[in-house]
Design a protein around this ligand. Structure first.
Ligand code: PGA
Length: 248
């Protein structure tokens, strides 16, 4: 099975011109990484033009956030149907940087449900802000999953990609250990099976948080994840190419 990489560019780069340059390098990296399906999540404002430049099949596009609302008086928001019309097949939901601005577990649940109705695949991010030794992070993740899957029919469960992103690892160079992630993949599967039944066993799980060219391969081999959300390394064309070839 191909692994999945989501290149989360966040609020980068500054100009369309730079975005095109980064995209061209990203495309080259994707073309030589035959075992990887790449999803590029640029700032929404660049998405349509990048989509138009791309004629291949290996790269899909995502928005980094979207509203659950269909339209109306929501200044600054983008609807899922607008995202789809722009060329996005995926939407990141519940990223910790959106949660920090007020997105709640319940909002994330509404966006997941709306995405499935709109025919956009949600990439649901979960993960604790801090880790203590008493296992509280499992409670946090369980509650995030419960709310996010609340309105998902059992038949649609595998249409949601789950990305576990420990917030304390994001932006750094040191990812969680594959062994700890393995424990988390088992926990996530078990939780979704508990909520939605056996289909939960087949859910795809990604890891995000300081994924680099040196830790991606061991994580892929040892933790039971199907791929990654890559943040800052995805906007460094050289490092990203090495990362992609390391797992292909
Ligand atoms: P990072 O970001 O790879 O820079 O840690 C990942 C993310 O926030 O999705």
């Amino acid at each position: 099975m191909k692994s999945i990489v989501v290149a989360n560019w966040k609020m980068n780069p500054v100009t369309m011109r730079e975005a095109k340059k980064l995209f061209d390098a990203t495309r080259k990296a994707a073309e030589s990484a035959k075992n990887v399906s790449l999803i590029v999540a640029p700032p929404a404002i660049f998405l349509r033009e990048l989509r138009a430049r791309y004629k291949g099949k290996r790269i899909a596009f995502a928005v980094q956030s979207a509203s659950a609302e269909g339209g109306g008086a929501y200044t600054g928001d983008t609807s899922l149907l607008q995202a789809k019309d722009t060329g996005a097949q995926y939407a990141i939901v519940g990223h910790s940087e959106q949660r920090a601005k007020g997105e709640t577990n319940e909002t994330a649940g509404k966006i997941v449900a709306a995405a499935l109705v709109s025919g956009v695949t949600p990439i649901l991010c979960v993960g604790e802000r801090e880790r203590s030794h008493n296992g509280e992070h499992f409670t946090v993740v369980k509650e995030q999953l419960r709310a996010a899957f609340a309105n998902v029919e059992p038949g649609k469960v595998t249409k949601v990609l789950v990305a576990y992103e420990p917030v304390w690892a994001i932006g750094g160079e040191k990812a969680m250990s594959p062994r700890d992630m393995h424990e988390m993949t088992i926990f996530i599967r078990k939780t979704i099976v508990g909520l939605k039944g056996e289909a939960g066993m087949n859910i795809k799980i990604l890891y995000g948080g300081a994924t680099t060219e040196s830790n991606a391969l061991p994580m892929l081999k040892e933790s039971g994840v199907q791929g990654f959300i890559v943040g800052h390394v995805s906007i460094d064309a050289v490092r990203f190419a090495i990362l992609m070839s390391s797992i292909s």
